[in-house]
Design a protein. Structure first.
Length: 237
C-alpha cells in the first residue's frame, strides 16, 4: 500500500497493488494525477472508475453507495463453486486443494465467519472423505447466503461516539494444536476493519501460551491500524 500527500502534508490518495492489478482511491484530483502518471510510465489496461454500478476487481464486485462508502460482493464468484463429487471425481486431493484455495480468497475478502473452518481444513495433508464432505458443506452454506460488506465513512455519528476518532477494540482467540490456530478481529467503533485466522508461527505448549501469543499478535495489529487510520499524515496531524 502506498500513500500520497499534498503540500500541506494531508493524506489525499492511497494506492494498493495485487500482482499486476492496481486500485487507486482518494481525492478526484489526486486520483486523476496518479492514473495519468501510470498510463505514461506503464502499459496498463483500461482504467475503470467505480460508480453506482457493480465493477469487478479481483473477483470482487464493488460499487459506490449514494450515501457514501462502498459495497463489496462475491455472490457471483461463490455461485461458480462446485462441490466435489465423490462418486465421479478421481483426483480428490487436487480437487480439494483447488476448492480450498477459492475459499481462502473468499475468507480474506468477505467471510470472516468461515475463517476458522477453512483455515483448519487447509492444514489437512491427506484429505479424507469426511474432510471433503465438510468442504462441500461450506459450498452449500455459502451459496445459500447472500450478503455484502459495506464500508461506510467513519464519523462520530456513524460509530456512536462523541470524539473525533473512535476506539479500537481488538479480540483474539486461539485453538491449541499442532500447530495452533490464532484468530484476531479488530473493530473501529462498531465496524469490523480487520480479521485473520492462521497457523501460529511459533510452537506453543499449552492453551494458555497459544492464547497469550494470539493476544500479542492482536496488540501488534491493533497498534498498526491505529497508526495508519488515526494518524494518517507524516506529521501525525
Amino acid at each position: 500500500m502506498y500513500m500520497t500527500y499534498n503540500e500541506e502534508g494531508n493524506l489525499c490518495g492511497i494506492i494498493t497493488t495485487h500482482v499486476d492489478d492496481i486500485l487507486v482511491a482518494g481525492l478526484p484530483s489526486s486520483v486523476i494525477k496518479v492514473c495519468d502518471g501510470l498510463q505514461t510510465l506503464l502499459k496498463v489496461g483500461k482504467i475503470v472508475q467505480i460508480g453506482s454500478s457493480w465493477t469487478k476487481f479481483l473477483g470482487v464486485h464493488i460499487r459506490k453507495l449514494d450515501y457514501g462508502g462502498f459495497e463489496l460482493s462475491q455472490t457471483q464468484y461463490i455461485r461458480t463453486l462446485n462441490e466435489i463429487d465423490l462418486a465421479t471425481d478421481d483426483d480428490f486431493e487436487y480437487m480439494f486443494r483447488a476448492l480450498l484455495g477459492k475459499f481462502m480468497w473468499i475468507v480474506s475478502n468477505r467471510s470472516p465467519d468461515l475463517a476458522f473452518q477453512i483455515g483448519s481444513l487447509s492444514q489437512v495433508s491427506k484429505p479424507t472423505t469426511s474432510d471433503i464432505r465438510l468442504l462441500n458443506k461450506q459450498v452449500r452454506r455459502s451459496q445459500m447466503e447472500s450478503f455484502t460488506l459495506k464500508f461506510l465513512p467513519v464519523s462520530s455519528e456513524s460509530v456512536g461516539v462523541e470524539h473525533e476518532f473512535p476506539d479500537l477494540h481488538v479480540f483474539t482467540d486461539a485453538a491449541f494444536g499442532n500447530p495452533s490456530r490464532l484468530a484476531v478481529y479488530v473493530f473501529w467503533g462498531q465496524f469490523l476493519v480487520y480479521w485473520s485466522s492462521r497457523c501460529s508461527r511459533r510452537v506453543t505448549k499449552s492453551t494458555l501460551s497459544s492464547q497469550t501469543y494470539a493476544l500479542v499478535e492482536g496488540v501488534d495489529i491493533g497498534q498498526y491500524i491505529k497508526i495508519v487510520a488515526v494518524i494518517p499524515t507524516p506529521g501525525g496531524k
